[in-house]
Design a protein around this ligand. Sequence first.
Ligand SMILES: Cc1cc2nc3c(=O)[nH]c(=O)nc-3n(C[C@H](O)[C@H](O)[C@H](O)COP(=O)(O)OP(=O)(O)OC[C@H]3O[C@@H](n4cnc5c(N)ncnc54)[C@H](O)[C@@H]3O)c2cc1C
Length: 466
Amino acid sequence: MKDYRTLSLWHDGLPEPIVPRPQLEGPQAVDVAIVGAGYTGLWAAYYLAKADPHLRIAVLEKEVAGFGASGRNGGWCSSFFPASWDTIARARDREGERDRGREAAVALQRAMFETVDEVGRVAAEEGIDARFRKGGALTLAMNQAQLTRLREDLDEQRAWGFGEEDYAWLDAGEARRRVAVDGALGAHYTPHCAALDPARLARGLADTVERLGVKLYEQTPVFALGGRYAQTPNGAVAADVVVRATEGYTPELPQYHRELVPLYSLMIATEPLPDAMWERLGWAGRECLGDGRHLIIYAQRTADGRIAVGGRGAPYHFRSRVSDAFDRDQRIFSRVEASLLGLFPFLRDTRITHRWGGPIGIPRDWYSSVGYDMASGYAWAGGYVGDGVGTSNLAGRTLADLVLGRDTDLIRLPWVNRRPRPWEPEPLRWVALNGALRLMDLADAQERRTGRPSQLGTAIDTLIGA
Ligand SMILES: Cc1cc2nc3c(=O)[nH]c(=O)nc-3n(C[C@H](O)[C@H](O)[C@H](O)COP(=O)(O)OP(=O)(O)OC[C@H]3O[C@@H](n4cnc5c(N)ncnc54)[C@H](O)[C@@H]3O)c2cc1C
């Protein structure tokens, strides 16, 4: 059996051992079957069980709860929604709600702001020690090009009607007073973000849903699913509703092979830093920290005084292959380490104790969705493009409302019941995705050199709706 503690810093730091729960032993009939015990599946189970304690709910997980990205991520519980407001508004306008697109995009963003607090609320109410700390997100401008772009982002946010309380600018002095990063020219700041320990949240949620009566079967891979069934090696589960909550692993299901592509995000963590170093660094608010580059990096000060930092850039693997072997890539680890030292050169002699990664799910239009087709009984959520910690909670609440037929504001949000078109067949996918990754890297290098926003980077950002 796998040693689940080696999956990430967060798994390694769990206070209790990771012992798999029993697998499904034979055929079953339930009201709702949920495939995948990451945040999406667990939040859906949580809100369904809370709303109707009589529902028979089964969660089927091929490994253990929190095995996937939910246990391994950067712990940014952010209000970033995986699609730009322009993309959301245009899609809504096209869907026939002419001129309502803008309003819909703002409603979705406001729902994301509330989502950050909702995650903190449930963790506190259910006694989940997720080390949740709402210190906001700080995006540093590390060169003139990033400064120009981040200021433009802020202008756009103002034009969409968001004020200082949602998005603000910090000058170089204010930014460095928060986190002492030499060379920061300023920072974009939003208070709508919390740092948390991802595995503690996922494992805590799993315990919580079990307490609420949900049956959680681990070591139970589903190899086919449809509206009213999920097929496992030990028999089928028949259900009125089947929720697909498999995110980056979705391409492994033949029926859904081209629904999402898996891209890998990789992370490293330092040893706990001594107090003297923290005094020098500041970072007292545990703000989530990134900078304005195209190929993003994301960092947090962990509750036990480390820096955990991650980055994209790992290659896309032909035919959307997912493999534990791809969780680790020395070339990307070295790049992430170089990014860390770029921000904090004095960490040169600090030990890196953990290196890990995992797959995120990307839909063809880079715009996440949640939905339920009542006629077939099939429900889904995902395609979070690496912003799923907060978004999966909104998805869970929305799925519960959809399945229970409740008429709420959530089910009217513009990402509900969208069906992005499938990805292109190979080799087009491989060429396009690895090409885009390479171009983002080139755009960052160009901006570091020239100090001017790269046209190349802007073009890619527009293409993917970032
Ligand atoms: C390194 C890394 C850093 C990240 N950082 C951040 C961040 O800081 N902030 C943020 O918002 N997002 C971040 N993300 C993305 C975020 O973690 C995900 O969007 C989110 O966790 C997705 O949750 P999920 O439940 O949909 O998917 P997952 O957590 O991937 O869960 C899917 C589950 O389904 C199971 N499964 C899959 N297929 C089957 C099957 N056939 N049968 C049974 N079970 C199956 C898997 O084992 C897994 O447990 C990061 C991701 C990674 C990998």
